[in-house]
Design a protein around this ligand. Structure first.
Ligand code: GLU
Length: 460
């Protein structure tokens, strides 16, 4: 166990944005890499947003993505409580320290933090009034990702609002001190706060943690320019859950938003990422969300699943689409999934892809129909095939293959493929799908012959 302590400190908003997930993940990875501790702290000072359902979004998303926290809500730990709304006593004690050190004063009902340095009064043309400026050396931040960053802080700032509520900067820093946080890994949008935070750490006489500000996540170029917002397609983790993405795939993709294994590999096991993960290897440049890459990684993870887990994960999808009930034959489901796993691109496509295996009311693809009837005599071919397949004693891949070879011989076509498109369309309503012979085997004699007959009588 190392002494590294990192934290994910979300404010409950009711959403779990891809940027929050990436922040959580990089903290989690760093904790796992170093053998340190990953703390979950809820920054719920905004009482309006203090709702259980907002918290559940955070917990559920973290759990879904497999990011277990070592300390925090539901787990406990030596540094609790882990909700800012329950830490007022701690804030009062720390505030007292600042008072005692002469670093606070009251003005207009608010409590201010006093900077150290020469003061002068200047006219602020923006505010249209005179303000007191402090001449202090710029604050230096040695950022693990961005290197040395200097920022000037020239004005005292409010730490307790006139309504008595502490400001984010104050409680964020107090918690990081009180919880023994050694590394603050967060989004670059917080870099503008960090100079204030460093001054507060110093005023408390505390060790300044290592800061690592991660690059922004920009929109997918097909959506637009600028920082990805929670309204952009693909921005919310809930959305991926609803669309039955594989959580390991989403997590894999998040790893690549600002980090890479120093080679071109994209499909990675999380244990390996944790082993390789260094803060210094995080990119300085902004990351760009790439919807297609996310989908591709999801497909790859889908294909890599064992058949058993593919089947297990497919059941809720099929059930939601009305294609599965507890009475559905388990072996049949497994056989269909074995045929489909390598073909479906996502669980979203899966229900449509396999619907005709489970339902008699599947839709017919009009384009496939047009193509089928464009040339040749599909109905004659289908009648020939029906006669031949009806004669098969044992419904196996071998006997079906033999039947098609015989058909080709008898009717003088070079290939059995003359019959394939119309058979496929008559039993599925589409032109694509799993390889035909294994598919006919899985569907079984009864279903195949019945559908071929029904099609013939409907069409002629
Ligand atoms: N509650 C802050 C946020 O959600 C945390 C900032 C930090 O990580 O220090 O952005």
């Amino acid at each position: 166990m190392s002494n590294v302590r990192v934290r994910f400190a979300p404010s409950p908003t009711g959403f779990f944005h891809i940027g929050s997930a990436r922040t959580a993940l990089f903290n989690w990875l760093y904790a796992r890499h170093t053998g340190g501790t990953f703390v979950l702290r809820i920054e719920d000072t905004d009482k309006e947003r203090n709702k259980q359902e907002y918290l559940d979004v955070i917990y559920d998303s973290l759990r879904w993505l497999g990011m277990d926290w070592d300390e925090g809500p539901g787990i406990g730990g030596a540094y609790g409580p882990y909700f800012q709304s329950q830490r007022n006593d701690i804030y009062a004690q720390y505030l007292q320290k600042l008072h005692d050190a002469g670093r606070t004063y009251e003005k207009d009902g608010a409590v201010w933090f006093r900077l150290e340095g020469e003061r002068s009064v200047e006219f602020d043309s923006y505010k249209g009034c005179e303000v007191e400026k402090v001449d202090a050396a710029p604050v230096v931040i040695n950022d693990a990702i961005r290197g040395r960053v200097e920022r000037a802080e020239t004005q005292d700032f409010v730490i307790i609002r006139s309504n008595g509520e502490p400001v984010f900067h104050l409680v964020n820093v107090i918690d990081d001190i009180a919880m023994g946080i050694t590394h603050v890994i967060r989004g670059e949008d917080h870099l503008s706060n960090t100079s204030k935070h460093v001054l507060l750490f110093e005023a408390f006489g505390a060790q300044v943690p290592v800061f690592a500000h991660m690059p922004l996540i920009l929109k997918d170029p097909s959506i637009g320019k600028g920082k990805m917002s929670k309204r952009d397609r693909g921005a919310l983790i809930e959305e991926y859950r609803e669309r039955n993405f594989i959580p390991e795939a989403v997590r894999n993709y998040l790893c690549l938003l600002g980090w890479n294994p120093k080679d071109d590999r994209e499909i990675l096991e999380i244990d390996e990422v944790a082993r390789l993960f260094e803060l210094e290897a995080i990119n300085k440049d902004n990351a760009r969300f790439d919807e297609k890459k996310m989908a591709h990684i999801n497909t790859e993870h889908l294909r890599a699943l064992s058949v058993d887990s593919f089947v297990e994960k497919s059941i809720p999808v099929l059930s939601k689409a009305g294609l599965w009930t507890p009475e559905t034959d388990a072996e049949y489901v497994r056989n269909v999934m074995e045929l489909s796993q390598g073909k479906a691109r996502s669980f979203e496509d899966l229900a449509e892809y396999v619907s005709y295996f489970f339902s008699e009311t599947y839709a017919e693809d009009p384009k496939a129909r047009t193509n089928l009837f464009k040339k040749g005599e599909p109905l004659v071919r289908l009648a020939e095939a029906l006669q031949c397949l009806e004669g098969i004693a044992e419904w196996t891949a071998e006997s079906l293959q033999k039947a098609f070879d015989d058909l080709a011989q008898t009717y003088g076509h070079d290939k059995p493929f003359a019959w394939f498109p119309v058979i496929r369309f008559s039993v599925s309503g589409v032109s694509g799908g799993p390889d035909l012979i294994p598919m006919l085997v899985v569907m079984g004699r009864g279903m195949v012959l019945a559908r071929m007959k029904a099609f013939l009588s409907k069409e002629s």
